[in-house]
Design a protein around this ligand. Structure first.
Ligand code: NAD
Length: 489
């Protein structure tokens, strides 16, 4: 059993909190570790360590600040296999999915290594006679990063490499359900040579998050998780005067036009809906089939959903692992039942799925629903499981209206052979990430991980230039020198 300790001021330490949680392998239900839930005083000592480290770190030249990131990238490449096993063990996704997640994490380290170019300011000579004006970017201070369970490696990397490269110090708070991945990553951060206190790890649950939101020593909060919590984090941290970026939940529609290549669409849509057992914030959860597309699309999806290999993500040949907990499985199964109660037809039913040798596993099979009523609760509820609901509309206008009628705006995708339809969809879809003939429109690290409406609270997103802007404050200097003063006429 591994214990997920805190890492504060360069030292691994037990939290002072009295409560512990077991960490379970969702495929077996075995306890594989435990995590101590930190108390407010643990956070205080992490903030003190981060604030003390900030004094030197912010004055360290940016070129020196990115050197540990280059070493971190090499270490992550070297240990990717070990890390992927940790992710799969505590999250359940397949090893291939864990390796894919790590690639996206590493990509953020690569982009943050370019911070000497990315954080440059502006300079304009002679804004008035003999007067120059410049804008520089400076770090904001101690930054907290609060993460969800579904990408335990990748999501912290949307933020902390940029925060550190910009001269901030940080505190990462992983999900209490998947704390072992960041424990392993912090061992690599130590090896990479970040000075003590620059990156700190504090484990815990909602109590430590609430302490973060109020802590006067924390300048910025980056959050990823469900919408109700994102809304709370945004409101509380803003009220406490912090800068905040809070990415929330999703209900992602994909629109299938009659001219779409159905084989390609089926394969891509299935990966989106059922990959990572549907526990991706960019998972397709509603398919809006236009006109004649419905029949062939449902048939293709039904075949794929019915044949997908479900099992332990560590095993060869498994295409889909379990969901995170048995409670989550029960909730998803309840929502499938509720969809049927609202009038949807269950084409492929993933309820009650068992896997040999894994009696305690939290498995749900791929599920396909047809005729989900647009005004019902299922069409609006984030299921966060391997469930795709199909709706049918007569034309593309109705499809776009439906895409834009939901409360979330994380992603929408269009499957078509028409450039004109694609261009219109790109322009009119009221979401932050758009895919054309793609099922998971996950932005590369040099683009912001966007998200609109109830999927995001704030202005600047994670990744790339948005992260650099979020983790720096701009200072404008207007300057004049005596020699220029004497030559002013
Ligand atoms: P969650 O909201 O339950 O938890 C996220 C974090 O918030 C955890 O660290 C948790 O300890 C903390 N937390 C939970 N409840 C809290 C409360 N009441 N007050 C303060 N802190 C609290 O999310 P989850 O179940 O871990 O993750 C799944 C959710 O995250 C889904 O809704 C998914 O769509 C979303 N997500 C969004 C994105 C995105 O980029 N928009 C990416 C990944 C996941």
């Amino acid at each position: 059993m591994t214990t997920a300790l805190n890492h504060v001021g360069g030292v691994w330490q037990r939290s002072g909190g009295a409560d512990f949680l077991d960490v379970h392998d969702p495929a077996t239900a075995d306890a594989i570790g435990r995590v101590a839930l930190s108390a407010g005083r643990d956070l205080d000592s992490a903030v003190e360590a981060a604030a003390a480290a900030f004094r030197d770190w912010r004055n360290t030249p940016v070129e020196d600040r990115v050197q540990p990131l280059f070493r971190l990238k090499a270490l992550l490449d070297e240990r990717a296999g070990e890390l992927a096993r940790v992710i799969t063990a505590e999250n359940g996704k397949t090893l291939a999915e864990s390796e894919g997640e790590l690639k996206r994490a590493i990509e953020n380290v690569e982009v943050a290594c370019g911070t000497p170019a990315l954080m440059q300011g502006d300079f304009l000579e002679d804004v008035a006679a003999g007067i120059d004006e410049l804008m520089i970017r400076q770090p904001v201070g101690v930054c907290a990063i609060v993460c969800p369970f579904n990408f335990p490696a990748m999501i912290p990397f949307w933020f902390f490499p940029y925060a550190l490269a910009c001269g901030n110090t940080c505190i990462v708070k992983p999900s209490e359900r998947t704390p072992l991945t960041m424990r392993a990553v912090f061992e690599l951060l130590d090896e990479a040579g970040f000075p003590p206190g620059v990156a700190n790890l504090v484990n815990g649950d909602r109590r430590v998050v609430d302490a973060i939101l109020e802590h006067p020593g924390i300048a910025a909060v980056s959050f990823v998780g469900s919408t109700p919590v994102a809304r709370h984090v945004y409101a509380a941290a803003s009220a406490a005067g912090k800068r905040v970026q809070a990415q929330g939940g999703a209900k992602n529609p994909i629109v299938v036009l009659p001219d779409a290549d159905i084989d390609m669409t089926g394969a891509i849509a299935a990966d989106s809906a059922f990959g990572c057992a549907g526990q991706r914030c960019l998972a397709a959860s509603l398919a809006i089939a236009v006109g004649d597309a419905a029949g062939p699309f449902v048939e293709a999806m039904g075949q794929i959903a019915g044949s997908r290999v479900v099992g332990n993500g560590l095993h060869d040949g498994v295409e889909m692992g379990p969901v995170i907990t048995q409670q989550s499985r029960d909730r998803i199964e309840g929502l499938i039942g509720a969809a049927a109660g609202e009038g949807a037809r269950i084409v492929v039913d993933g309820r009650g799925r068992t896997v040999d040798g894994h009696p305690g596993g939290a498995f749900v099979g791929p599920t396909l629903l047809r005729g989900v009523p647009p005004a019902g609760t299922i069409a609006a509820t984030e299921i966060f499981g391997p469930v795709l609901g199909v709706m049918e509309v007569p034309d593309v206008d109705a499809a776009i209206r439906l895409v834009n009628s939901g409360r979330y705006g994380n992603m929408a995708c269009l499957f078509t052979g028409s450039g004109a339809a694609a261009r219109r969809f790109r322009h009119e879809a009221d979401v932050g990430n758009v895919g054309i003939n793609l099922g998971v429109a996950a932005p590369m690290a040099f683009f912001p991980f966007s998200g609109w409406r109830d999927s995001f609270f704030g202005t600047l997103h994670g990744q790339g230039k948005h992260a650099i802007e979020f983790f720096t404050q701009t200072k404008v200097v207007v300057e004049r020198w005596p020699e220029a003063w004497s030559r002013r006429f």
